[in-house]
Design a protein. Structure first.
Length: 668
């Protein structure tokens, strides 16, 4: 039963049980609707506690109903019915009261919550605004400033903060149901407050709206919902309740059918599916309680920080004592930064550092559960490391490589018990970037693969399984993207135009400025390595720049010039001169067409990756680009974008028919 009613004296307890997260499906809305009617008609009942079974209070509208026609009873009507019920309702909150869940709670006369509860309006993260009074009732409880912050950021507030700002009335320590019933009994002994709809919102301070509009637009980076949510809160504070409700509903319905909302829903479900692949449903992960990282450079230090942040102890192995000290200093610098930015206290940072043992002695690895190798990207160095690991680690210890481009099978060659070997490809900075590519070999045991996913969950990473090919999923698409960007430059499109086009599309940086930041030399050396092995690697424009000493910002110039100490890219006459012979001007393209071309090329590579079985799902490729490469979330990822464009759109974007793999994916 989705909604059940129990009685404790004169207090009714309405319990919602709609697993997994008590989302407001049509059946649940109907159940609550009927409960209001039944309890209004019950003369023995004086107040109603609304509580949820399972892990959480109502987590929101049922997102899977969003693509379908709305069904009665509509949520705004249900909230109004609770609000105008003859008996006061009290929301008893545990877990999360989000979106429609918070809106139902706002319809109640009181809200109480356990200390661990969180309350929020995450609708903007789905490309919509609250649709059942969230932007209208919230400011009537907490004022314009707090309501605007909640509705535009989508970030929930914890119970203590909710109490401080007036969103809830009491925190219940101990049993929630008993506490809420006691609260209800006490509340009946005093005059009832007005329902939220009848209260006046505290006005915003002078200049607030203009300042907020600028700040929200900047933070939204192209997403439209946050500004629309701000508009709704503004209306709610400056106009009357009924008009504000109508405005919010109209905005909600308008956005619900938008491309951005469709894209964000796609990402929502992709993100929830990714950490728990159905193929591993019955596979038990190996426990990981102790870890080690080999190499304390850029990646090793970042990975160690990620492990420490999840509470795991880390042994950090380096080549010699000086390198150990440098590795620990790299890690220390990460934590100093976190303290400076206020993310960690000094004590927390010290605690994280205290959990790291730096050493050159591989004997320290005899009993660890997981080792992640992040030494130089050289096959000989890596194989030597794995030879040691093979000798010294437990046969069931998981041994992972963080290689970017080397073939993991070659790294693991000769390793005893190769079933424990796996690729765990982190992205820089490894303690910040959410993406984790998990790369099994044919020998990797299912439990080891499942352990990779379990590790990702405990580190708060977004895991995506990738097969073995040059660059796995993400870097392979990156390579194609860069080549396509260079092709446009060869057609006479200015470097700065390409970058501006991609920024306009929603990326934080264009392909050339991003290379200048990261350095052109890494990809160059990799191409040179392949050439030395006799592979046919065509000359890139980037090769010409690196040969001329232009490796990016670190050498004072790459695709652009940089004034000393300044990160602002300045179009370079030197580069124009170096590349002049390579450029054959074509018809030119506007920025939208440039971005469309590059994204279509990414999707074409993605489709090939999928067809080859390197990626398991098209949505996994979208997650890789969103969480590893700054692809705008509200665009849904390159694959989602391409599928929406369709064959005709892509033919226009590419200037030719899409490759068969992409065409087949679209027609599927
Ligand atoms: N609708 C439908 N399904 C939902 C859902 C929702 N609102 N929220 C979560 N689910 C599903 C997930 O897809 C997942 O399904 P699966 O088990 O089949 O894969 C399952 O519930 C569990 O979700 P999580 O893995 O995310 O569970 P957690 O325990 O880690 O997190 C949570 C719980 C914090 C509630 C998290 O699920 C969450 O943040 N959900 C989204 C909440 C949200 O965005 N609500 C607003 C909806 S929009 C709205 O309410 C509009 C209104 O104003 C009209
Ligand atoms: P780095 O050069 O910053 O660090 C490598 C570290 O390994 C150095 O500190 C070095 O002293 C140490 N080392 C070398 N040989 C060792 C040995 N035998 N035993 C112990 N330590 C040893 O390199 P970076 O950038 O951290 O890369 C490491 C690995 O991570 C490479 O495989 C790279 O391809 C991969 N990677 C790099 C990314 C990046 O953005 N830099 C992203 C993802 C993966």
């Amino acid at each position: 039963m989705t909604v059940s009613i129990a009685r404790e004296g004169t207090i009714a307890v309405v319990t919602i049980d709609n697993p997994p997260v008590n989302a407001l499906s049509q059946a649940l809305r109907q159940g609550l609707w009927d409960a209001v009617g039944a309890l209004d008609a019950d003369p023995d009942i004086r107040a109603v506690v609304l509580i949820c079974a399972g892990r959480t209070f109502i987590a929101g509208a049922d997102v899977s109903e969003f693509g379908k026609p709305p069904m009665e009873p509509h949520l705004p009507d249900l909230v109004a019915r609770i609000e105008t019920a003859a008996k006061p309702w009290i929301a008893a909150i545990h877990g999360s009261a989000l979106g429609g869940g918070l809106e139902v709670a706002l319809g109640c006369r009181f809200r109480v919550a356990v200390p661990s509860a969180a309350l929020g309006l995450p609708e903007v993260t789905l490309g919509i605004v609250p649709g059942a009074g969230g932007t209208v009732r919230t400011p009537r409880l907490v004022g314009a400033v707090e309501a605007a912050a909640m509705a535009t950021s989508g970030k929930p507030v914890k119970a203590a903060r909710a109490l401080a700002i007036g969103l809830i009335d009491q925190i219940i320590d101990g049993d929630l149901r008993a506490g809420a019933v006691a609260f209800a009994e006490a509340a009946l002994n005093a005059p009832l407050p007005a329902p939220v709809c009848a209260r006046d919102p505290a006005p915003a301070p002078e200049g607030f709206w203009a300042a907020q509009e600028a700040a929200v637009a900047k933070a939204a980076k192209g997403a439209v919902a946050p500004l629309r949510a701000l508009d709704c809160v503004k209306r709610a504070v400056t106009g009357d309740f009924t008009a504000a409700m109508a405005f919010e509903r109209e905005t909600f319905l308008d956005l619900r059918g938008s491309d951005q909302a469709a894209a964000l829903r796609h990402v929502f479900f992709a993100e929830r599916a990714a950490p728990r692949p159905s193929t591993l449903k019955d596979v038990t992960a190996r426990p990981i309680a102790t870890t080690a990282v080999i190499g304390g450079g850029t990646m090793g230090a970042g990975i160690a920080a990620a492990l420490r942040d999840a509470g795991l102890p880390v042994v950090l192995i380096e080549r010699d004592d000086t390198a150990v000290a440098r590795g620990l200093a790299n890690l220390g610098a990460i934590y100093d930064g976190a303290v400076k930015r206020g993310r960690l206290s000094e004590a927390q940072a010290a605690d994280r550092m205290a959990g790291v043992t730096g050493t050159t002695d591989y004997a320290a690895l005899a009993d660890v559960d997981l080792v992640i190798e992040a030494v130089f990207e050289e096959i000989g160095v890596k194989r030597a490391v794995f030879a040691e690991l093979g000798r010294l680690c437990r046969p069931d210890a998981i041994l992972a490589t963080n290689t970017s481009y080397l073939d993991p099978r070659a790294i693991a060659e000769g390793l005893p018990h190769p079933d424990r070997f796996i690729g765990l490809h982190f992205f820089s900075p490894a303690n910040v970037m959410k993406l984790l590519e998990i790369v099994p070999t044919a020998d990797t045991a299912p439990q080891v693969l499942a352990s990779g996913f379990a590790l990702a969950r405990s580190l708060g990473k977004m895991p995506v399984q990738a097969g073995i090919c040059d660059g796995f999923i993400g870097n392979r698409i990156l390579k194609r993207y860069r080549a396509a960007a260079e092709a446009l430059v060869r057609e006479g499109i200015a470097i700065a135009e390409v970058d501006a086009a991609m920024r306009g599309f929603g990326l934080a940086m264009g392909p050339f400025e991003a290379q200048d930041l990261g350095g052109l030399d890494i990809a160059f050396l990799q191409r040179e390595g392949a050439r030395a092995r006799g592979e046919d690697v065509p000359e890139m424009l980037g090769d010409i720049l690196v040969r001329a000493g232009r490796k990016g910002q670190k050498t004072g110039g790459g695709w652009y010039d940089y004034a000393p100490g300044d990160r602002k890219p300045v179009p370079s006459d030197t580069v124009a001169g170096l590349l002049a012979a390579q450029i054959t001007p074509g018809a030119g393209m506007d920025r939208a067409a440039i971005a469309a071309r590059l994204v279509a090329e990414m999707a074409e590579e993605g489709a090939a990756i999928l067809a080859e079985g390197i990626a398991q799902k098209s949505s996994d490729i979208d997650l890789v680009k969103i969480h590893g490469y700054g692809f705008p979330r509200w665009r849904g990822g390159p694959m989602f974008h391409a599928i929406r464009r369709g064959i005709d759109g892509l033919t226009q974007d590419l200037g030719r028919a899409p490759a068969p793999a992409l065409a087949a994916l679209i027609q599927r």
